[in-house]
Design a protein around this ligand. Structure first.
Ligand code: NAD
Ligand code: IPM
Ligand code: MG
Length: 347
């Protein structure tokens, strides 16, 4: 079992270190961890945010544990050299099209959310975000119009096969949970979303047991705050999923708690917290590593088939939270290392 570990920039190495300690504590026989460079640190060392050597490590692994990339000192670089291209490149190169971002309130921690307790208690949702298409990967540029004005443009598009496979991922996920799927789009304005909606409806014929609904993204943002308990699985495009998942993280307490799995066809996947490199707290030992630790649990479950070990990690995180081990993001005072210690002890 080979896991590639790409820690990246900012708080990436801090939170990844704790997730690696947790994996090592499990004492899994035959587990091999191979580190690789990504992001701004890779650009500084190798002149590229996603060096070929890193891609080779990724391709030779069963799964990837990813920290975060992003470094504001790289903002003036040409886009293809910026740190974020490392994660976008891995997603595209490795065909990681289905991004699962679960959000649920840990029992007894309803007071940590920004919502009323009785609203927070109801949250147990999964965002299934498409990860290989949309405005993220369309042609883009900044051009000068004939009248001399500069114009920025990014092409939004989805081909029907791209929608079909993420719709199936959404329906499949719904079948393992509450059998309700809400497809979020902007079909009242965007042709891309109209095709999205048509294809999702087509695919729904394959899943008669799943109750399908549709919601415009602006309403979905509002409903996530008003009544998040109504959602079981949300399936949506790359951009809307990016935004709604950060929002969902505050419904459950903090972005420092939200893990994710980015899956290809088959068992291969990349696992990362949904947050970024958090330059404002980097290097201070303040970052909450729980999202990365929970991502490691998702890795064991989805890519290595180790349900029991994944559940052990999740239980240890829940216990640490219930025992009052809260990072600054949750209004507590526990630092990165202390939170890692707390989870390791509870394993
Ligand atoms: N997948 C990724 O690698 C990824 C994801 C998101 C953003 N980014 C990049 O990260 C950089 C910073 O972006 P941003 O500031 O918009 O988003 P961010 O997620 O890095 O941080 C947003 C806010 O949340 C806080 N935060 C994030 N993670 C936390 C944690 N684990 N514990 C406690 N607090 C935490 C930060 O301190 C900050 O105040 C940018 O370069 C961005 O492109 C990368
Ligand atoms: C860093 C950025 C490219 C990335 C995204 O937009 O997908 C991030 O925000 C995320 O949510 O993983
Ligand atoms: Mg994001």
């Amino acid at each position: 079992m080979r896991i590639a570990v790409f820690a990246g920039d900012g708080i990436g190495p801090e939170v990844t270190e704790q997730a690696v300690r947790v994996l090592e504590k499990l004492g899994l026989p035959g587990l091999e961890l191979v580190e690789g460079d990504v992001g701004g640190m890779a650009y500084r060392k190798h002149g590229h945010p996603l060096p070929q050597a890193t891609l080779d490590i990724a391709r030779g692994a069963d799964a990837i544990l990813f920290g975060a990339v992003g470094d504001f000192s790289c903002d003036n670089l040409e886009r293809h050299l910026r740190p974020e291209q490392a994660i976008l490149g891995l997603r595209k190169e490795l065909g990681l099209f289905a991004n699962l971002r679960p959000a649920r309130v840990f029992p007894g921690l309803e007071h940590l959310t920004t919502l009323r307790r009785e609203v927070a208690e109801t949250i147990d949702l999964l965002i299934v975000r498409e990860l290989n298409g949309d405005v993220y990967f369309g042609e883009k540029g900044i051009r000068t119009l004939p009248d001399g004005r500069r114009q920025g443009w990014d092409m939004m598009s989805y081909a029907e096969d791209e929608v079909r496979r993420i719709a199936r991922a959404g329906f499949d996920a719904a079948m393992t949970r509450g059998r309700r799927l809400c497809s979020v789009d902007k079909a009242n304005v965007l042709e891309t979303s109209q095709l999205w909606r048509d294809v999702v409806i087509e695919v729904s014929a394959e899943y008669p047991e799943v109750e399908l609904s549709h919601m415009y993204v602006d309403n979905a943002a509002m409903q996530l705050v008003k009544n998040p308990g109504q959602f079981d699985v949300i399936v949506t495009g790359n951009l809307f999923g990016d935004i709604l998942s950060d929002q969902a993280s505050m419904c459950v307490g903090s972005i420092g708690l939200l893990a994710s799995a980015s899956l290809a066809e088959g068992s291969f996947g990349l696992y990362e917290p949904i947050h970024g490199s958090a330059p404002d707290i980097a290097g201070k030992g303040l970052a909450n590593p729980m999202a990365t630790i929970l991502s490691a649990a998702m890795l064991l479950r989805h890519s290595l088939g180790m349900e029991a070990e994944a559940a052990r990690i999740e239980a240890a995180v829940a216990r640490a939270l219930a025992d009052g081990i809260n990072g600054g993001d949750l209004g507590g005072s526990a630092g990165t290392r202390e939170i890692g210690d707390a989870v390791v002890e509870r394993l």
